[in-house]
Each structure stands twice: as C-alpha cells, then as structure tokens.
Design a protein around this ligand. Sequence first.
Ligand SMILES: Cc1cc2nc3c(=O)[nH]c(=O)nc-3n(C[C@H](O)[C@H](O)[C@H](O)COP(=O)(O)OP(=O)(O)OC[C@H]3O[C@@H](n4cnc5c(N)ncnc54)[C@H](O)[C@@H]3O)c2cc1C
Length: 493
Amino acid sequence: MSFEKNLREEFVRLLGKDWVKDDPVTLYTYRCDGLTLYTAPPMGVLFPGTVQELVSVVKLLHQHKISFIARGAGTGLSGGAIPQEGSVIIEMARFKTVHEIDWVNRSITVGPGVINLHITEHVHSHGYHYAPDPSSQKACTIGGNVAENSGGPHTLKYGVTVNHVLGVEIVLPDGELVTLGGKHLGMPGPDFLGLVTGSEGTFGIITKIICRLTPNPEKAVTLLGIYKSVHDACESVSSIIRHGIIPAAMEMLDKITISAVEKALKPGFPLDAEAVLIVELDGLADGLEAEAEIVEKILLETGATKVNRAKDETERAIIWRARKEAFGAIGQISPSYYVQDGVIPRSKLPQVLDEISAIGKKHGLTVANVFHAGDGNLHPLILYDYENPEEVEKSHKIGEEILSACIRHGGTLSGEHGIGIEKAEWMSALYSQHSLDNMQNVRAFFNPENLLNPGKLFPQPGRCAESKAGTPPANAATIDNSKIVAAKSGIAV
Ligand SMILES: Cc1cc2nc3c(=O)[nH]c(=O)nc-3n(C[C@H](O)[C@H](O)[C@H](O)COP(=O)(O)OP(=O)(O)OC[C@H]3O[C@@H](n4cnc5c(N)ncnc54)[C@H](O)[C@@H]3O)c2cc1C
C-alpha cells in the first residue's frame, strides 16, 4: 500500500517531499503502536509542521474521503493509532512548541507533540509541575495524553488528564479549526472540552493544549511495604483509604514483576517478597511526618513484613524508576507481553488478582501484575512469545477472560489506556445498543463521516473478534446524525 501518484504529488506540494512518506520501512514502522498484537500498515504517513499545513492536508483527505489518524509517540496500548486499511497517519511529532507559560494563570500552552515529562522539566525550577504522570511520560506526547485521558501513579490524588486541561485547539475532520475552553474557569453550555478529552482521536486533531500547572508539594515521603502475600498488600491499600488518607500514589508490583525489575534495574527490592507496595504521601511539610507514621503503622498492621522509607531524593528516584520502567523490564523475562487495563472496585482486588492468576495457569501462560492499586486499576501483563502462534492465541483468550472478570466484579474495561481497537467489541458487554448509538451520535457530531480514526472505540458491524485490525472504515451512515449536526455552530470558534 502507498499513496496514489496524484495524491502523493498534492501532499508533496502542501508539505514538501521530506514530510510525505510511504516507503516500506515507514509503512512497517507505523503498522502498530504499543499494542503489538494487532498490525495494519497505513497508506502513508504525513508530517505537517504547522497548523496551516495540517488544515490543508485534512481538507484534501476530507475532499477525497480518505480516512486518517493523528499519531503522537505511538506508545498507546489499546491500538488507538493503528491504521485501518487505507488510513493515512498524520504524525504530530513536529508540533513541539511551548507557546506560552503564564504564571499568573498557572498554565502552559503547548503543541500536542510536546513530551509529557518535558512540560514538568520546563516549569519545575519555578515550583510547578504537570501532574498527570503516565509511566510512559518520558516518551508519550501531551496530544496522545489528551486523546486518551491518560492517568499515572499520581492520579490517585491529583486526577487524570481531563482535570488538568484548560483548553484545546482542534482541527475537525473537515478542516475547520475550533477552540474549546481557555485559561478561564468553566464555560457555559455542554462540556465540549471534557468530551474531546478521552475521545481517543476520533473527534478532531488536537493542535494546541492549555495545561494547568500544579505547585510542587513542599515535601514527599515514599514508603515501600514488603509483603509475603498479595492479599496482605491489597488489605493495606483498603485500610489506608478506610482511614481517610489519600496518598499521592499507591502502586503494587507482584513477585514476577519484582524479579524482572531486579534483573533490569536493581532497585534493591527483595526477591523473596510476593508483593511490594509503594505508598507516596506529599503536601505541606507540617503534618506529613505524622501522616507517614500512621501509614507505616497501617502497613505493618495489615501484613507488611517490613516498611522501607526512601531516605533522600536519590532513593525516591530509584523506587519510582523501578515502578515506571517495570513494563520495559518485563523484556528481561519474556519476549513479549500483552498488558490489560481493567478497573475494579478496590475492595475486589484480592479476589480478582486470584482469578487472574488462575486464568493464566489454566492457559499455561504467566501473568505478572504491576498496577495502580489505589485506583483499582489493574495492569495484568500476559507474558507470551510473539513467534509462537499458540501463545499469541492464548494471550488473546487470557485477555478476554480477565476483562470478563473485571466486568463481572462491577468494574470496567479501561482505566487509562483507552478502548482503541483492542476493546471496541467489548463495549457491547458494558453498554446497551441504545447507549452505544447515543455515544456514536456524539462522535458523529464532531466526525460525521467517520473519516477520523475509524474502527476505534465502538463495536464494528460484522467484525469478528479475530480481525480487529485491517477492516475497512466503519459506515457511520447507520447513525442518524441529522438532529445534532445542526447544533455544530454552537462550538466556540
Ligand atoms: C511502558 C508504557 C507505560 C504506560 N503507562 C501509562 C500510564 O501509566 N498511564 C496511562 O494513562 N497510559 C500509559 N501508557 C499508555 C500510553 O503511553 C498513553 O496512552 C499515552 O497517552 C499515549 O500517547 P502517545 O503520544 O504515544 O499517543 P499515540 O499512541 O500516538 O496515540 C494514542 C491515541 O491518541 C490519538 N492522538 C495522538 N495524538 C493526537 C492528537 N494530536 N490529536 C488527536 N488525537 C491524537 C491517536 O489517534 C490514538 O488514538 C503506557 C504505555 C507504555 C508503552
């Protein structure tokens, strides 16, 4: 697959030849994102460098009725940036400008290609940071974060992306440029900004983001509880919350993950522990010590055999590096992994973790766990060999059974990685057809011809679970948009 000759010439005229790519290496590179279980090559990849260039290529694609997808760093784990057959990828990596830092309004305005961690690096010495901190924050873009409404270890206390985005500029699929929100608080009328955040790149292409800046905490205390059983570690999580304490983060790593991070990073976690629980408290220095003592006591009372405390910033950084690079460390013990993102009520953690382990055993594959325990947001990592078709098949099966368990226990499909291609079919397990139609009507308000990122988020008519990628763009004509398209001019431009 590649661009048709005339179309290619048009793109080259608009962007210049270096920014239009459809050679085999590019098509291979962009065939998937962080979810490597599904692949489909794009028609080609475009690299606009300005909003004007982006608008002009979007208008051209719209005119030719060719589907397209925005892509940030490609770290997404639900296949959101995997192109459907024939889709063109629009790579947003060149939108790296920091437009403005506004200390009075505590905001920073950035292009969508800015890396999450770079925002904090820009403002940290002035006493601020950008709070949502996905473990991929060294690589993922803020545009991808807004599209996925990303979370991270510290979202237990600070909230997810939607709580930290004040405004966005987006290009709608017909090329119209729209601004939603701003530095001021709130907007009368429906929360379009909230709708766009987490719409998984199906409503518009984000070209500018106004992010909220959060003051750095005066002090942080990081504790590491060590456990002989995962159940005890779960009990500590429940007990801390029951005591009315909301730590900044509560993250758990099980024995398998501990062995992987010890091989890769050597943070000094005990290899004989069944689980470790990272609990971080932050805030004003006054009172934090007292709170840390209460938490330490709770950890010991609920089964921690030992509680270590980071003595300084270096030790704290070692603990966090081990947590944040845990997925990558799994490469030390398995050729590939498939990570799930189900959410369950915190109280169900022990039960569901037991079930997950039993599901893995039943199918003969190992499942490791490293997750946002405080939020009940599980990340079971199904370890498999991508060169072994039987294991690939089993990993799909295990993933499905885990999702099914999460739903059965009153949970849901995704805490932060999104639905994408991976869980689109599963939306029917959670919502009635009527609800799904209504949600698709909302999408159709922004994206009436379903040209932008088709095949994501919603079940596809006639699609079977085995062919989640590679199906043609969905036909939005099944949805009656007529009533809502008229309201489009209500968006602030
Ligand atoms: C090791 C690892 C750890 C991770 N940890 C976390 C975590 O702790 N928390 C978490 O929430 N996620 C985590 N993720 C998932 C992933 O990093 C996030 O979903 C991230 O927000 C994706 O950003 P990206 O720039 O890579 O986007 P991509 O993968 O390129 O795209 C993701 C989606 O966003 C859309 N998109 C991208 N840019 C734009 C734009 N400018 N306009 C409109 N749509 C756009 C794409 O179309 C796609 O649907 C992790 C991933 C990895 C590999």
